[in-house]
Ligand binder design. Sequence first.
Ligand code: GCV
Length: 617
Amino acid sequence: MDRAWESRKAWLAALSAPVPEGVNNPLEVAAFETETYLDAARTGRSVRFVPYPAMKESYEICRQGNDFQIKGGQPGVLYGAYALIRALQAGEEIPVGVQKPYYPLRMLNCWDNMDGTIERGYAGRSIWFEQGRFDYDPARIRQLGRMLASVGINVLCLNNVNVHQPAQHLTDDLLPEVERFAAILRPFGVRLMLSIDFSQPLQQGLPTADPEDERVAAWWRQRAKEVWRAVPDLAGFLVKADSEHRPGPNAYGRTHAQGANMLARAVKPFGGVLVWRAFVYNCMQDWRDTKTDRPRAAYDLYRPMDGQFDDNVILQIKYGPFDFQVREPVSPLLYAMPKTRLAIEFQLAQEYTGHQIDLYAMPPMWREIMDQTGKQRVEAIAAVSNLGRDDNWTGHPFAALNLFAFGLFAWNPDADPERVIRLWCQNTYDLPAEEREKLVSVLLRSRAIYEKYTAPLGLCWMVRPDGHYGPSPYGYEFQAWGTYNRADCRGVGVDRTAGGTGYADQYPPEIRDRYADSKTCPDELLLFFHRLPYDFVMRDERTLIQRIYDDHFEGAEAAEEMQEALRGLPLPPEDRQEALTRMEMQVRNAREWRDVINTFFHRFSGIDDKKGRRIYD
Ligand code: GCV
């Protein structure tokens, strides 16, 4: 078995020895990790563990000089051990006192297909599926468990929400395989979840998948029984229904609450949760129809159902009303379902954010989102995985930062983006402080830079259709996906105020009012909420068109500056090579975006750049 991945430990650089087989539970892993890292004989440091089951995922670190004590439940002690190692490795203050995760459910959603491909995967093939079956190196899955536990992620959904081969996961012959996989992750406090296909009873010979039909409900109860018999600590099922051609309850005239509750009741006896995705919209829209507005869809559908979901249903909502765009306002649904358990969904896979070629460190974006949603409304968090079989796990070696940071934000949504980025750098590379700070600064700026050279001012969707890399300002304009910028010679943007599609009215009044007025709407969302002429004067007194030109020139220039900064960094050779190769592609991509978008708007507006920079005709 090729073990090249072993030398690429993402942020676990300090942990040199692999976690051996036969380390059976979080406490044993914690003891192994601290023994290896602390090397008591050399450093004089020691750790004592005090198991305290009632603390479950929480832990408390106490310190007396070089002696540490970690008290906690399982896997709390393990989280404490990793927090201690992280802090020591970074030379940070030891997090003494009781620490408790903010979200009880902190989940990675893997869009892995059983044929070995990964939907929107940019780091190679699946780490555990190939040719319709499980195929993995157990040592690598142990390392995966260690990576997840080291940042507190406690659930991994194994298969794509688009369940293309529905029968395959839940057939009896595969359940023992699922359990073997689950057993490898168990010592790391990571439980599995499975995506299921709503229409599965049809494939198993039932004449219907109607959730109100007792035969269907009985079929799911039986399946749940078999699945939990095989994998007793399975966390639950994840469902994408009535979305992008996936089957769902609407086909039978039933609501999503009826569909979700039927499944929730099947998994309830086993302590399972039913995670139901709210990513539902009309993907067969007519572009000529200016009344239907895709961002409205989830709120319009689910808001009336608040209070109708069973208590083990969690409604999983993407952070924005579209689809993981570089810039979207926070989904209004997150404010609107007080009687429903909610999860927020992020995407680490860089589908619209540079394919793990372009640098895009997500913590600054998450900080904004967390600050806006009032995180108290949400009790679970999920992110689409950016992992794959590439030796370095994430394709771009720096993309691992996003997985690391996701875990830390899921544990503490008040996390400071700069601190998290620095902590990743410190735990990944042994760089002199000055060089490390250069890397921190590049990563910290990377999202703002990417935003500048791609779609302007909250427009979204100017990306090439299907693949979603590179510019195509009209690529989605006449398509069925509900994603329009409506640019013409008079202006650009969509009026989503009360006089337009009314989307802004879905927010609580104070937020609605801010967005609905073009004078108070934040610049970065201006064209999301308003249709404006090119000579519209913005708060900083630049015209809209000048701002578009400036951003695109500045963004492409900043990409070149990042390239320059990276060239000088003494990173490990493989990572340096990989990062520079991808940076070269990013600079090309940024120039392409700059020129395509500027030319597009120059042709429509007929207005020249005030600074006389080159815009192609
Ligand atoms: C898993 C977007 C992606 C799809 C993805 C979907 C979803 O539309 O392009 O690949 O499907 O989101 O989140 O379900």
